[in-house]
Design a binder for this molecule. Structure first.
Ligand code: ASP
Length: 310
């Protein structure tokens, strides 16, 4: 049955998709978050006939994404999804922290309606800007029957908000899904071809997120690497670190120089989660550990959400 809800809300947060450069041949020396979400929508003539509302929530380079913007975004998305006439929400975002925002929104909202993040690797001023097609594809996905949950649409592929990872610094198809997971679907000429289930799970609820710019738990990510030095962990412990995610080597191994400070941190009651710094795979033999199948960045979000429940 065709859904009665027809309106799509497009929320702009900045990113390269809204980036502008002085030269059309410059794909790297631009300012992210320069153009309004209305301008992005107007650049796609095929969207003119759609029932859309556009809203500018932020104008950030997503490398600078912050917790307060996350909380505002989650609350705005929830408010729109509760409107019966709203079919879904599309969010324009930078690629740099897209995976963190997507993970957070799926865990907090676990929406029944589609929440589709999209982005671009080239600024809007580029000769072959990828943003307009990505935005059109994102709208097509949000309008498709049966889509639910937080997904991201980039370069014709649809990724789970719980799985996507930026794995390329420059290519237009800069994302993959982990661990060892593929795209959920592809969008071809506005038509969705689905391979796997939409993201699901229980919503933790926006009430869990600190309101009004209040501090979030202090959780850091630390890589284990050749020549590892214990001083960073010790300094963080003294300064009041509340959680640590280790980006471990290989199958969850840690440099011996970090073992004692990690133990001291745990003894002080600070949760320490292991993840792998490998781009793919999980920590095999650690399925009871919450970070075992997450990227370090998703694990950091998950650990903050757990600490916010306490
Ligand atoms: N620095 C940009 C951002 O994340 C990169 C991009 O959008 O591709 O906002």
């Amino acid at each position: 049955m065709q859904s009665a809800a027809q309106t799509l809300v497009i929320i702009g947060t900045g990113g390269t998709i809204a980036g502008a450069s002085g030269s059309a041949t410059d794909n790297v020396g631009y300012k992210a978050g320069s153009l309004s979400v209305n301008t992005l929508v107007a650049a796609v003539p095929a969207l003119a006939s759609r029932s859309l509302e556009a809203e500018q929530l932020a104008q950030l380079d997503s490398k600078d994404m912050d917790h307060a913007t996350w909380a505002r975004l989650a609350r705005r998305v929830q408010a729109h999804l509760e409107r019966p006439e709203v079919r879904g929400v599309v969010i324009t975002h930078g690629t740099d922290t897209l995976e963190e925002t997507a993970y957070l929104l799926q865990r907090v909202l676990a929406p029944r309606k589609p929440v589709v993040l999209t982005a671009a690797m080239r600024p809007a001023t580029a000769i072959q800007a990828d943003g307009p097609q990505n935005l059109l594809d994102a709208v097509a996905v949000a309008e498709s029957e049966g889509v639910s949950g937080v997904v991201a649409v980039v370069a014709g592929q649809v990724w789970s908000g719980l799985e996507l990872r930026k794995t390329h610094s420059y290519r237009l198809d800069a994302f993959e899904a982990g661990p060892d997971a593929g795209a959920l679907a592809v969008v071809e000429e506005g038509v969705l071809r689905r391979f796997r289930d939409w993201p699901a799970g229980e919503a933790l609820g926006v009430a869990r997120l600190p309101a009004g710019g209040q501090a979030w738990p202090w959780v850091e990510v630390l890589g284990s690497h050749a020549g590892a030095d214990a001083r960073a962990i010790e300094a963080w412990r003294v300064a009041g670190l509340q959680g640590l995610v280790l980006a471990c080597t290989g199958n969850g191994t840690l440099h011996e120089a970090l073992e004692a400070p990690v133990r001291a941190l745990k003894e002080a009651g600070v949760p320490v989660w292991r993840t792998t710094r490998c781009a793919q795979g999980r920590i095999v033999g650690a399925s009871d550990e919450p970070g075992a199948a997450l990227s370090p960045w998703a694990a950091r979000v998950e650990l903050m959400l757990r600490l916010l429940a306490d």
